[in-house]
Design a protein around this ligand. Structure first.
Ligand code: SF4
Length: 116
């Protein structure tokens, strides 16, 4: 979660994307040929409180405690963005936005049923 943003790689990717879009008429606002949609804004990750803590707490062994990670998330200013990103990207492992994978699945399911 806190290592997803790599400014150097991101800048490089942006430059590559710019070069492609100016050279190739097949690119669109949806991304290259519409196959790879540009990702959402990840700038929120710069405010990720977990970046200042032990990353292992966010990826406990099966059956391990998630308490410490969730405590950090509870104080994190980008919790909503983090949770949304994890749900949007079907993140399977770790604590994101204060929720475990199982909690995110339930949350996503509950939200989809609300929309029916
Ligand atoms: S909500 Fe938790 S996992 Fe997400 S960025 Fe904040 S501290 Fe990290």
């Amino acid at each position: 979660m806190w290592r997803v943003v790599d400014d150097a790689a991101h800048d490089s990717a942006d430059e590559s994307a710019d070069a492609l879009s100016s050279e190739n008429a097949l690119t669109s606002e949806k991304g290259l040929w519409g196959l790879f949609a540009p990702d959402t804004d990840l700038s929120w990750q710069h405010e990720a409180l977990c970046a200042q803590t032990d990353p292992e707490a966010f990826f406990p062994e099966k059956g391990g405690s998630t308490r410490e990670a969730k405590k950090v998330c509870a104080r994190c200013e980008v919790r909503e963005q983090c949770l949304q990103w994890a749900i949007d990207h079907d993140e399977r492992f770790g604590i994101w936005g204060g929720m475990s994978e199982r909690e995110r699945r339930r949350y996503k399911k509950a939200r989809s049923q609300e929309q029916i």
